[in-house]
Design a protein around this ligand. Structure first.
Ligand code: SAM
Length: 281
């Protein structure tokens, strides 16, 4: 577990173009205020994962644990949780948190480990593995997707469950996708509390490979409201469809046993979420 007494890796810097989750990007600094559990696509996900953790008895491995939104909530309900995360800055933010008020007496803090979901070896097996909040989309090739699923499979107990959350792209969107108009989000810097404004500037689509490259402009405002720092941040994702996922999962020795369109038991439907619960075949 990263020691939270280490100095902050969050620094200030000049404008640059980089990945959403690279270094100490303004996206990372604002993550908790931009992406809380009230975000529509994840509504109900914590209860959903807690239900699966209860069914399997855990322990739980979360892939792409970020700032610990899910990990800390499950830990607070008494589940043993390990969070695998690529970004040291995300882990640093996760380790600053503590168990939620009213946690069970059995609760223990989650453990956060830096690693890449395509290739890791924790030397342990888990009863539940989750990849929340559409994290799987950051894998841009079928080879990386398969490598990641096979790595997860090696970490799952024989009667364990894998829960994946992706979005469920509308079939017609790949050919006729248009940039959403004027999408803008406002959050706060985790360290200073200052306002961070995120604006979607551009979307490039590689239709052949089903890859979307979203270019966001992030602005950190000073105390007087003037822009103090700006970053072009690129979020590149691969659209992956339900039937593709089933084939990929079968190649990694998984069978889909439950599928939903949200975390509240909704029917699968293009334009909603892909919530897939899988067992070893
Ligand atoms: C959408 S966030 C989800 C965070 C958290 N699970 C939640 O639900 O709030 C995706 C996370 O995956 C991490 N990530 C991206 N690529 C990764 C990789 N190859 N291996 C592990 N984590 C990765 C990012 O740094 C980011 O924290």
């Amino acid at each position: 577990m990263t020691d939270s007494s280490h100095p902050s890796p969050l620094t200030s810097g000049a404008r640059s173009a980089r990945g959403f989750y690279e270094g100490d990007s303004l996206h990372i600094r604002a993550y908790d205020t931009l992406h809380g559990s009230t975000t529509p696509c994840v509504q109900g996900d914590i209860d959903f994962y807690a239900g699966l953790a209860g069914r399997t008895g855990g322990p739980v491995l979360e892939i792409g644990a970020g700032t610990g939104r899910v990990a800390w909530s499950l830990a607070g309900r008494g589940h043993k949780v390990t969070g695998l995360e690529l970004s040291p800055a995300m882990i640093w933010l996760a380790c600053r948190k503590s168990l939620p008020q009213g946690h069970t007496t059995a609760a223990a803090s989650p453990t956060f480990i830096q690693g890449d979901m395509r290739d890791f070896d924790l030397g342990a097996k888990f009863g539940l593995i989750t990849a929340p909040f559409r994290t799987f989309h950051v894998l841009l090739t079928p080879e990386d997707q398969l490598a990641s699923l096979q790595t997860m499979r090696r970490h799952l107990t024989e009667d364990g469950l894998l829960a994946l959350h992706l979005f469920d792209p509308r079939i017609d969107d790949l050919s006729s996708f248009r940039k959403p108009p004027q999408e803008e989000r406002r959050g706060r810097d985790a360290e200073t509390g200052r306002t961070i404004v995120a604006r979607l500037e551009d979307v490039d689509i590689d239709r052949f490979n089903q890859i979307l490259r979203n270019r966001w402009l992030y602005s950190l405002e000073g105390q007087d409201g003037a822009v103090e720092r700006q970053e072009d941040l690129i979020l590149t994702v691969r659209w992956t469809y339900r039937q593709e996922m089933k084939h990929l999962l079968a190649r990694a020795d998984f069978t889909v046993v439950e599928e939903y369109g949200d975390f509240l038991g909704g029917q699968p439907e293009h334009g909603k979420e892909q919530v897939l619960v899988c067992m070893p075949t």
